[in-house]
Design a protein around this ligand. Structure first.
Ligand code: DGP
Length: 123
């Protein structure tokens, strides 16, 4: 089964993206549907489908994604004011692209909690 998603095409430069960071292991580019003034996706070049697929071999790569976020925060001057970094997993987490990615959102104060309360009152 292929692990390829639209993000593989972005890594391979087969489709365009507004890339803000790249190294041998990771790529960061602006989200096509930004939810904050600064909204980038930080992805590993290795395709890992979900958080559930993080293992002993690839866990350092996931830490590297946070390192990239810290570098971008400094470069774009968000480190002091703060920002939100989040990774969605599967349906309830709101994941739509099955190649793990950190959403880095910055440039305004974030809300909490990050969901609409649709739970029914228990009788
Ligand atoms: P998630 O719902 O957590 O799986 O987030 C997927 C994000 O990917 C979503 O915010 C929109 C973004 N996205 C999907 N397709 C593309 C694309 O082709 N280009 C870019 N730049 N972003 C994309």
């Amino acid at each position: 089964m292929s692990n390829e998603t639209i993000f593989t095409k972005i890594i391979n430069k087969e489709i365009p993206a507004d890339i803000v960071y790249e190294d041998d292991h990771a790529l960061a580019f602006r989200d096509i549907n930004p939810q904050a003034p600064f909204h980038v996706l930080i992805i590993p070049k290795q395709a890992i489908a979900t958080i559930n697929d993080i293992n002993l071999e690839n866990r350092e790569l996931v830490g590297h994604l946070y390192y990239v976020a810290a570098q971008l925060a400094k470069e774009y001057q968000f480190a002091e004011n703060g920002y939100r970094v989040v990774m969605n997993c599967n349906n309830d987490g709101g994941q739509t692209v099955f190649h793990i990615h950190l959403h880095m959102l910055a440039g305004k104060a974030m809300g909490w909690p990050p969901y609409t309360n649709t739970l029914k009152q228990q009788d």
